[in-house]
Design a protein around this ligand. Structure first.
Ligand code: PGA
Length: 250
């Protein structure tokens, strides 16, 4: 069975004091969390250690929002998988659309990052998704196919089984426009079929596919009711303890 994974992407929000406060309240709110749900907090790099200290005795996991593919070296401003592991991370978001759009991230760099993360036993949360223009010009499936095929190139099925894929339509991120459960489900099923075609049925069945894009307490249930939706990646609504708690406990 695929255990649903609910991740909060804090993006470029929260000072140390704010991050610690939010993490502590969540630990308290989620004391009764059972193992039928995995919860991951992805604060900015600066708050990773602080959040780790706050959650380390709970079942909440720590994730980063990006990484560099080299272990170390002259890469000013970058952070490696080894460093993320060192600070207590077990997950890392890779290829978020904001990285692709504002920092020109490409499928081949996503691929290198996935391999680097897996080499350090970090679970990659690999983001894919189409823009509004791509959807309106009927390119959704082609775009997703390219992102998956190129992003996951050269992975074997053992590696692939460890991934979490996050389908995040760019037009739904931070806009308040959620994909309808049917729209999301259509793409999730397409992704599952693509993974089956690439890695075989047994592996594809194990890969968790999250939905992301304006997930809120009032739409989580209808999304999670879809058979190929195995969790959510939450931006805005993860910054508030009450709304994130309601999402986790949907
Ligand atoms: P949102 O962001 O929930 O604020 O739409 C989702 C994401 O970017 O991961």
């Amino acid at each position: 069975m695929r255990i649903p994974v609910i991740a909060g992407n804090w993006k470029m929000h929260k000072t140390l004091v704010e991050a610690e406060e939010l993490a502590r309240v969540l630990v308290n709110n989620l004391l009764d969390l059972t193992d039928n749900r995995e919860v991951v907090l992805c604060p900015p790099f600066t708050a990773l250690k602080t959040v780790f200290e706050a959650i380390k005795f709970s079942s909440i996991k720590l994730g980063a929002q990006d990484l560099h593919w080299e272990k170390s070296g002259a890469y000013t401003g970058e952070i490696s998988a080894l460093m993320l592991k060192d600070v207590g991370c077990s997950y890392v978001i890779i290829g978020h659309s904001e990285r692709r759009i504002y920092f020109y991230e490409k499928n081949y760099t996503v691929n290198k990052k996935i391999l680097a993360a897996l080499a350090q036993e970090l679970t990659p949360l690999v983001c894919v998704g189409e823009t509004l223009e791509e959807r309106e010009t009927n390119q959704t499936f082609e775009v997703i196919r390219g992102q998956i095929k190129e992003g996951l190139a050269d992975l074997n099925s053992i590696q692939a089984a460890k991934l979490v894929i996050a389908y995040e339509p760019v037009w739904a991120i931070g806009t308040g426009k959620t994909a309808t459960p049917e729209q999301a489900s259509e793409v999730h099923t397409f992704i599952r079929n693509l993974l089956t075609e690439t890695f075989g049925e047994e592996t594809a069945f194990q890969i968790r596919i999250q939905y992301g894009g304006s997930v809120k307490p009032d739409n989580i249930k209808s999304l999670m009711d879809q058979k190929n939706i195995d969790g959510v990646l939450v931006g805005g609504a993860s910054l508030d303890a009450d709304s994130f708690t309601r999402i986790v406990k949907f």
